[in-house]
Design a protein around this ligand. Sequence first.
Ligand SMILES: [Zn+2]
Length: 249
Amino acid sequence: MANTRYYVLIKNEKVPVQVRNYQNSNSVKLYFKADTLCISKPASLNFSRVESIIKENENSLYDEYMKIISTTNLESSIKHWVTGEKMLYLGEDYTVKREHCDLQKIEIKIDVEKKQIVISLPNNLLDEKVIKENVDRGIKSILKNNTYVKLQERLPEISSKMGIKYSYFKVHDATTKLGSCVPQKKSLNFNLRLVMLPQRAFDAIIIHELAHIKYPNHSKEFYEYIKKYEPDYDNIDKWLKENAKRISI
Ligand SMILES: [Zn+2]
């Protein structure tokens, strides 16, 4: 019994395959074991014949695969960037749509209308590790840019409403903190994942960090001051803690 593993493309989706050849079999069986398409077939049957059977059943196999992928990855915070996976963006669940195309390099687009993260991969890029590394980097760079643009819009407005001036702000990749402040310099740091948050939470982080310029601690006065600008701060803070796993890539 030979046991080889490779991939097949089902509607541009790269699906792991496990093939088992049986000497005494005369039928072909296709079934999923986790995210792998298992194929048992007569040893004498050419794999191209199997490929045409897959092609004939493309729609149902695709649907089944998508269902498996989306449920197995929903709970995890580590992204594999496969179709059906969810990523928080602007406070909502966006769905990853991954496809292989005739491209030279990876393209990533965030479609706000369809609430999709569209990842287009070159046809010859099949190594999962390389895909993950490159897409992680690409997504981070998009988040960083979009967080920056949003801060440029919200920060001056909230700063003037609170009457607190800052010197400059930076957006960087932090693992836990969403924001920080150096009161002596009046400088602010924000996590590149900020754009993943709902609007109110995004603003609440800005309010929190700006307030540190006036109160460089987490005193009672500090929180009372914050609540002048966001009365629902406690609930937002609770939401942020409960959703910490979702605010990660
Ligand atoms: Zn703080």
